[in-house]
Ligand binder design. Sequence first.
Ligand SMILES: O=C(O)C1=C[C@@H](OP(=O)(O)O)[C@@H](O)[C@H](O)C1
Ligand SMILES: C=C(OP(=O)(O)O)C(=O)O
Length: 428
Amino acid sequence: MKLKIANKSNINTKVSVPGDKSISHRSLMLAGIASGQSRVSGLLEGEDCFSTLKCMEKLGVDITRDNSGTYIVNGVGLNGLKEPADILDCGNSGTTMRLLSGLLAGRPFYSVLTGDRSLNSRPMDRIITPLSKMGAEIWSRQQGLAPLSIRGGNLASINYNSPVASAQVKSSILLAGLSTKGITYVNEPAQSRDHTEKMLKAAGVDIEINDNTIKLNSSGQPELKPLDINIPGDISSAAFIIAAGLITENSRILIKDVGINQTRTGVLDALKMMGAELTIKNKRVSSGEPLADIEACSSNLKAIEISGSLVPRLIDEIPLLALLATQADGDTIIKDAAELRVKETDRIKAISSELKKLGAEIEEYPNGMKIKGNTELKGGIEVDSFGDHRIGMTMAISGLIARNGIIVNNSESIDISFPDFEKLINNL
Ligand SMILES: O=C(O)C1=C[C@@H](OP(=O)(O)O)[C@@H](O)[C@H](O)C1
Ligand SMILES: C=C(OP(=O)(O)O)C(=O)O
């Protein structure tokens, strides 16, 4: 599909964005292994979460959607998961594959997980190593690539120093830890998103967080309480709309009900450092997660450096920040972000190549980029999403300011995380 985006200015509107993807995946998994019926509203109805939903169904969990859009999940308990009769297809979703692998590592049956071409080329050794140390039998293609086959059961707890700040690695080990009798520790080099920990705690699991160390104490047969959860809007999706408000002229956009968990708000911190006019209004807490309304107004941005422990707190927003950096005063430096090379695409390469087509000047580093600011973007051309939703949406936002707009090819990938993106942007 091709997505055509025209120049815009004078935007004055109020919008909502779809539910948080990370929380949606975890809701389906934890509700599935809880004892009893859970209600999940605000679930992201995007391709990635549907992959998780279908996998949970294949594992024996009954999930229905009522007329109001609430998902009713009939949890079977951790011990109630059944050996799937068929392959589990994780589609394009790293979160699905890595978290489910942790869950299945502790289950006494055989399962096979596969994904699309992108997912089957992303590193899985990062979960195979700790899960194997815990006692799971996992087979992969060479260099730890999916498809993966897992024969789980009889795990021992572990004290694991993760070499990467990855919520997927951390969550995978914690979910496996539920099936062990004893204490599982995960230490991260910097704190990554903590939705799994929060949700496990809400479900009654004995879990403590001390800085970058998580301690989970399990009986091996935990009974998780069912959830009644209202999922906030995804800050990673809201970021695209915030960016639209900041870079178009004479605009003001209010985005309602956005999750502002501090492990996810690095993008707001970075934008404030850049001088963005952002107001956080109506802060509150719902289902254990903080949320707020965010107002973004046209701003004069300045260059900053993004590095260190800020990076995991805004990892998915870096392609978008690279676009904003082309409009900032000065040269923006992004470092410590080598993880971007192993996302749905190599995001450093993809965003550099597509923004350069518009006249941006970007120098690639192995772990980041240097982006020249104050650059007028020429448009009227076709760019590619490379099948990566975040690259597709970033390039679409560039069309709002690029001369003569832009056409984004392979834009269907946007449905992975933001199903109504096109409609929302066209209505701005
Ligand atoms: O746990 C999660 O829900 C996610 C964690 C991050 O990945 P890593 O754990 O690989 O950093 C992030 O990039 C991804 O979009 C979602
Ligand atoms: C990296 C992402 O997701 P995942 O790892 O779940 O595919 C993302 O949504 O940007």
